[in-house]
Design a protein. Sequence first.
Length: 327
Amino acid sequence: MPRTRFDALPVALALAIALVAWPAVGSTSTWLTLTFAGLAMGMIVFIAASGLTLVFGLMDVLNFGHSLFIALGAYVASSVFGAMLGWTSVPSMGPNVAAVGVAVFAAMALCGVAGLGFERVIVRPVYGQHLKQILVTIGGAIVGEELIKVVWGPQQIPLPLPEALRGSVLVGPAAVERFRLVAVVVGLVVLAGLLYTLNRTKIGLLIRAGVQDREMVESLGYRIRRLFVGVLAAGSALAGLGGALWGMNQQIVTPQIGGTVNVLLFIVIIIGGLGSTLGCLVGALLVGLLSNYVGFLAPKLAMFSSIGLMVAVLVWRPQGLYPVANR
């Protein structure tokens, strides 16, 4: 089959936004700092949105309960940091990174298990029924948020960064926060893992084949339902990872943190093309960059910048930047 030509226009759009913002910001060092901050924010949003993209793109499930796993991941990370205070309070990179690794692993594991239960109880009865999926997953998210309040309480919980990840480093003339560099690296690892799994492994091949022709794959002896359940669990785990990183970035956790981030996630996947991993990445970077530039230049418009970007992209490309075939 002939290879499809890579569409570079969406990537060029991100570069164009950055270049237009440069003279508007005025200072090169400030512009670089905002750019790095936007890239880091975009990567964190991508990590959280990649799970939602995975579930919708492969399973055709509109999971509005994704916000529950984001909040759960953030709270689990706060509990782990509280239990490992001796590791996070010392100015040593080794113990600090180990504490972050344990917190992230715990958040992903618990959210993955919770995703299995969420699929069995809430999602499974409404496969193929989008309206019911929206209603029941929103209800599940509300119930889950109340359960979080029962366990951790309704008040805000601080989530301070480990000592060695605080502060900034100089990258040329720009001051870049250490944690944001970590977020970019984690985002790139998640992107590489997703692309490799979906395009280069047998599991990815079976999942994509099951989306196209489920009956044929099942007739070959493969249990597509189990694969799809695994996809939802993986998406929930990625939401937990994104929630843990978002909580570290904000350094405070509230029960409503998932709902706040969920709005950005749906904007990102709509911009990206509803199910496209690459589109999700580019959309997240666009949202992250524009939010930081607008927040610096016109703070009162920062809340509407993402929605305005979504409207502009849909006017340009109604199906998103990288629309998934046959959707």
